[in-house]
Design a protein around this ligand. Sequence first.
Ligand code: AQP
Length: 330
Amino acid sequence: MAERILTGIKPTGNLHLGNYIGVLRRLKNFQNRGECFIFIADLHALTLPIDPEVLRQNSIDIASFYLAAGLDPEKATMFLQSSVSAHGEINAVFQNYLYMGELSRMTQFKDISSKMKDSSIGLGIFAYPVLMAGDIVLYDADIVPVGEDQTQHVEIARDLVNRFNNRYGKVLKMPKAEVSKVGKRIMSLSDPTVKMSKSNPKGDIFLKDDINVIRKKIMSAVTDLGCEVKYDPENKPGISNLLVIYAAMKDISIEEAEAKFVNYRYGDFKKEVADAVIEVIEPLQQRYKEIVENKLYLKVLQEGAIKARKVADKTLKSVHKAVGLLDINE
Ligand code: AQP
């Protein structure tokens, strides 16, 4: 059987270069390599307050950027998480197989909850990994391509699979996270010690940014002391981040990127990084615009939901059977 690959993005804000490098640019490879399920994690977006209209718009954006990045509906199934009711249903079962102690140790939960009052932390953000484990397991995913920040959630999904299978026999497929060699964690351009992220947009390059704005952001990216263009994340986090971005845009290794910029001054180096980013993002934006204007995402999402439901419902049925829920249709 072909390898199953599953990945998703939550529609919490504008997509940025980290999302592009971490996921979107890898889509074409995935769909040529195995059977792909690519989704918009809209139920996950509800775990923190979000305006309904913004959520709808963000969901359209992600679907459109998936297509603009080369997702081929003939090869990959693209769908909205909320269109497949099995996600909610498996969550009701799986919440009993992950424990409060382990969920409270998740880095993402600790980061987010440390900035909130206890009284405003919803159950959803705490139980986020349960929903995500369901996302993965429903499609019998072998491989889950993620940025470095999400590996812990794939690890806890693996714990759940182990626990479940030990108790009920081999019902669930064991997934594995796959982190890209180049660009597993793109950092903010204004503070290269923090991750580029939708929820902390300072220092982000957004995929919808005007080309001139992208150039300006890169030219004013924070750099480091010294003048050598060298990959040294500890002592030169700003320059190293730009080198990673360049390598990802050109699809080369960091060593190759480093070798190209020996004897470059920071300013000339940044100009080349900006050119490389624009060369990729400008055509992406043109395709995105055409997809949004013609609502090309709609039919793909509708057909994707039908295909995804079929696969997910099958897994749900075996999970229900394993735990002893009575099937009245059998
Ligand atoms: N900075 C990044 N570098 C590399 N990969 C990244 N990803 C996110 N940021 C970077 C990867 O993009 C995929 C989709 O991410 P997500 O939206 O599901 O959640 P996230 O990781 O929490 O992304 P954000 O942008 O930081 O969102 P918010 O701010 O809403 O939490 C994932 O594979 C992720 O690893």
